[in-house]
Write a protein that binds this ligand. Structure first.
Ligand SMILES: [Zn+2]
Ligand SMILES: [Zn+2]
Length: 345
């Protein structure tokens, strides 16, 4: 089959590789019909951490089941499925409590050893899916491939951020970062009854997109005054930080009101951060972190998609076949493109 592989720093190639095979009774093989390029993929190839040359990339996918191991109960060949971006056994204490990310059987598709033992990715004609009964979900009738594609990662991440923020109807929410996760956090907050949602983003095209999809927008420089005008100077009831690193946390802390909540869904490669504890204590801030979990949240996310409350396909602004994927990586790295989708016939 053909697959997109890591070939070196910032070097991805489309090559012929052996087809995957069932390795465990709980495995399924999926013929990938849509995959996407994600910011995590860009990070993986720019800062390779335990990923070897020739590894298949990609973790956002949906397609049709083509083969199942003897222990797979929920799926038969031909069923349309979307995949979570990581694996979990579905049986252990963590999984039973909805904390699949903590499962000892976690592997993350297509990212080397960054989040667990390596697992071949899904930017390929076929992908092997461990623990298929947990990791896969049927695609509801009426939901197309393009919408199903995003339930496994970026929409689940935006949703997890909003859930974690525990907003009440009418709350003023600030979202820092206008990439796909930030845009989905904005859409989820609106769908989950937020009041004004202020999306903060330096790139004008991304602000325009957010505005067209229901958000108030601000630049990092104007964010505080925009929020002050909406909240009588208090600041945001909840801040969702979708940038990561110290910058995202700094901005989040500068915008959250007293007794407010800051949720971080951006990635933090740096090991430590100087938390301003005196203010956090005096202002009774809630600061928390969230990771998307399709296995836990996909039924409710599916409800938002099927009802029309969220149309996840709006973020797609680039389509390619497998052969064009290296160009898609470049376009996303240069921020010319918000979200590139790979069509596989
Ligand atoms: Zn992703
Ligand atoms: Zn488990």
């Amino acid at each position: 089959m053909r697959a997109v592989v890591f070939a070196g720093v910032n070097d991805v190639r489309v090559v012929e590789v052996p087809d995957p095979v069932l390795e465990a009774p709980t495995d399924a093989l999926v013929r990938v019909r849509r995959a996407a390029v994600c910011g995590t993929d860009l990070h993986t190839i720019a800062h390779p951490d335990g990923i070897s040359a020739g590894s298949i990339l990609g973790h956002e996918f949906c397609g049709e089941v083509v083969a199942t191991g003897s222990a797979v109960r929920r799926f038969v060949p031909g069923v349309r499925v979307s995949g979570a971006d990581f694996t979990a056994c579905g049986q252990c204490w963590w999984c039973r409590g909805g904390h699949q990310w903590e499962c000892a059987d976690r592997q993350f598709f297509g990212t080397g050893e960054a989040f667990g033992p390596p697992l071949a990715g899904a930017q390929a004609e076929l992908v092997r899916v461990p623990f298929a009964d947990s990791v896969l979900a049927p695609v509801s009738s009426g939901v197309g491939w393009d919408a199903a594609l995003f339930t496994g990662d970026i929409l689940a991440t935006g949703y997890a951020a909003v859930q974690q923020s525990r907003i009440s109807p009418g709350d003023t929410v600030a979202v820092i970062g206008g990439g796909p996760v930030g845009q989905f956090a904005s859409l989820c907050a609106q769908a989950c009854s937020a009041g004004p949602v202020v999306l903060i983003e330096p790139v004008e095209a991304r602000r325009v997109f957010a505005q067209e999809h229901g958000a108030v927008t601000a630049t990092p420089e104007s964010a505080r005054s925009v929020l002050d005008a909406l909240t009588d100077g208090r600041g945001a009831d909840a801040v969702i930080e979708a940038v990561g690193g110290p910058r995202g946390l700094d901005t989040g802390l500068s915008l959250v009101r007293r007794c407010g909540t800051l949720v971080s869904v951006g990635v933090h490669p740096q090991p430590t951060y100087p938390l301003p504890v005196a203010r956090a204590f005096a202002d009774e801030l809630t600061i928390s972190f969230a990771i998307g979990n399709a296995m836990r949240d996909r039924d409710r996310i599916d409800g938002l998609v099927r009802s029309g409350a969220i149309d996840p396909t709006v973020v797609i602004d680039y389509r390619t076949d497998l052969a064009g994927v290296p160009d898609a990586y470049a376009a996303m790295a240069e921020r010319r493109v918000m979200k590139a989708v790979i069509d596989i016939p």
